[in-house]
Design a protein. Structure first.
Length: 112
């Protein structure tokens, strides 16, 4: 099959039409090379999904913190929280931190 036979084919005439060639070049340019290309849109969609997940996580944390703030409005709960979390104490009071053997092993493994 030579070049003359190829030129007689109907699909060859369609593919070599100037409008088809320009349209094909335009579509390829828009899909891959343009600043608003399909690849960039896909990356942006991934980024949006990631940010939406982060937003949901942060909303959950906010609700948890609001619950803690409500609990801490009670002076007894505030004192309990301060003692447990920050090891605060009253005057003339001593605090002893007791570490069990298995917790010491975990700390040593983390340092290695």
């Amino acid at each position: 099959m030579g070049l003359k036979d190829l030129k007689k084919q109907k699909w060859f005439h369609v593919l070599t039409n100037m409008y088809v060639l320009v349209l094909t070049a335009f579509v390829v340019w828009m899909l891959f090379f343009d600043t608003n290309s399909l690849l960039i849109h896909l990356e942006l969609k991934k980024e949006i999904k990631k940010l939406e997940k982060q937003q949901e996580f942060l909303k959950e944390k906010i609700t948890e913190d609001k619950i803690i703030i409500e609990r801490l409005s009670d002076p007894e709960e505030l004192e309990k929280f301060a003692r447990e979390r920050y090891y605060l104490k009253k005057k003339n009071e001593e605090i002893y931190l007791i570490e069990y053997e298995d917790s010491l092993r975990l700390k040593a493994k983390k340092k290695e």
